[in-house]
Design a protein around this ligand. Sequence first.
Ligand code: DGL
Length: 260
Amino acid sequence: MADKRPIGLFDSGVGGLSVLLEIAGLLPQENFVFLADQLHNPYGAKTKKELEDLTGRITDFLISRKIKALVIACNTATCYAIDYLRLNYDLPIIGVVPAVKPAVKITKTGKIAIMSTPATAKSSYLDELVRGFAKGRQCLKLGCAGLEEAVETWDRRESAILLDKYTARIEKFGSDVVVLGCTHFPFLKKDIKKRVGDKVKVIDSGQAIARRVKYILKKKDAFSTQKNNDLFFTTGDQKEFSRVASVLLGTDISAERVEI
Ligand code: DGL
């Protein structure tokens, strides 16, 4: 049976829009409710307990908007809160984690660089991913302080300065695969590729998440057959979110402010 209820997504900011774009690309009939928790950005500065509390409140809000599935469009929130959310909520929950497994399949040098927020870089979740899937490979866990914030404000000057610094470290390390382990970073993919060169593959989790969502909806026979307007909410400044999100999505959107 068709199910035109929206898919809920959230992130600490605009980064999760990179995941929304991938899902919308694969499933153009689906509807979305997106919440950017910009009041509490960056999530990397929060404790596990705080993230469980915040993501629980966001999930309550999205459920009140009648979503059929939840996508945690944030690596940091997934690493720290997905177990908590799956334990406490009865709906399909899809998380985003750094694409370590695909990177292992691609690498020839056995050296993988993982760009993420500092919090994801030091999380035990990433440790386990690396231990589980990248045994015998060398992984550079690059906590890219400031980069998520530069995307958040779409500060092209700042992101260029930071990317010069971080890609120099990747070059020194000698990896042939770079994993974008923060959903903000796919918006910088072209800039990163330009710096690391053609021989280095730059990958993220967006397409895999979109395929996972498709798989789950198919299993539940819950595809939408009717495209409505997508809804965007922020806990921060709705004008600023709308401005940056419109640039990143390539279409004008207007967000509403919400308290969670
Ligand atoms: N986009 C989020 C991620 O994928 C950023 C998290 C943060 O606010 O620290 O990790």
